[in-house]
Design a protein around this ligand. Structure first.
Ligand SMILES: Cc1cc2nc3c(=O)[nH]c(=O)nc-3n(C[C@H](O)[C@H](O)[C@H](O)COP(=O)(O)O)c2cc1C
Length: 219
């Protein structure tokens, strides 16, 4: 699958079947996590076959059921945007491996898991992953014109970047990001909301995939 297919196929999935992630897929995820942690100074950790965080042995926990695998998104306290950007990179890798995912800020039992957190770090969010009961559904989206200065004269790469950003997951589907293009320069902004900066990091990762990094510079 190419990047567009992966972005279009990814949806939040909250119900998982009891099928362990195969060792070679775990190894691929571990390798990618190691690379991301080194590149971005993050401390992301993968937990597999760990039923406590989502109370996987109960019928339901909040909106979740059967989730036994997740990424603990640990990093410096102010790293929200990087957590979003690099977390979405791992989400799309999971999608490529045939797994489903859901970003989770609230619905997990923080105290039930033993995550390694250094004094200057925090556990920002987790990303549930595994084999979904379904593939999820496409979220409702704002219009491109509502989140950008797109016009008839905008270059195609900008149009594509905004379209890709609108496929990105955001907390409660708020899509409070915006992109402003001026020549090669693109300014990305977010409203000051809960998880706004993390959502912005996620959306910027999608924007780059859609627009092509070679076509523009972040302002
Ligand atoms: C930073 C962040 C936090 C989220 N927190 C939760 C959560 O606590 N519980 C939940 O059920 N979904 C959570 N979600 C999933 C969003 O509701 C979902 O991504 C959004 O509705 C868009 O749907 P989609 O992922 O299918 O495109 C979160 C998503 C993001 C990006």
């Amino acid at each position: 699958m190419n990047a567009w297919e992966l972005m279009r196929a990814r949806h939040a999935v909250r119900s998982y079947v009891n099928h362990p992630i195969e060792a070679e897929k775990v190894a691929a995820l571990q390798q990618a996590i190691e690379d991301v942690n080194r590149e971005a100074g993050l401390h992301i950790q993968l937990f597999t076959e760990e039923p406590e965080a989502f109370n996987a042995n109960a019928a339901h926990y909040g909106q979740f059921s059967g989730c036994r695998n997740y990424l603990a998104m640990v990093g410096p306290k102010d790293a929200d945007e990087a957590i979003g950007y690099y977390g979405e990179k791992l989400v799309l890798l999971a999608q490529e491996l045939g797994l489903n995912t859901c970003w989770v800020a609230l619905t997990f039992r923080k105290n039930a898991v033993t995550v390694d957190i250094a004094p200057e770090e925090k556990l920002h969010v987790v990303i549930a992953l595994g084999y979904g009961e379904t593939q999820g559904v496409q979220h409702k989206s704002k219009a491109a014109s509502a989140v950008s200065n797109l016009s008839d004269s905008s270059p195609q790469w900008f149009r594509d970047g905004v379209e890709a950003a609108l496929l990105a997951p955001t907390a409660i589907n708020q899509q409070k990001f915006s992109f402003t293009q001026n020549g090669r320069r693109v300014k990305a902004r977010t409203k000051l909301t809960f998880y706004g900066r993390m959502d912005l990091g996620i959306a910027k990762y999608h924007f780059e995939l859609g627009a092509g990094k070679e076509n523009f510079d972040w302002a």
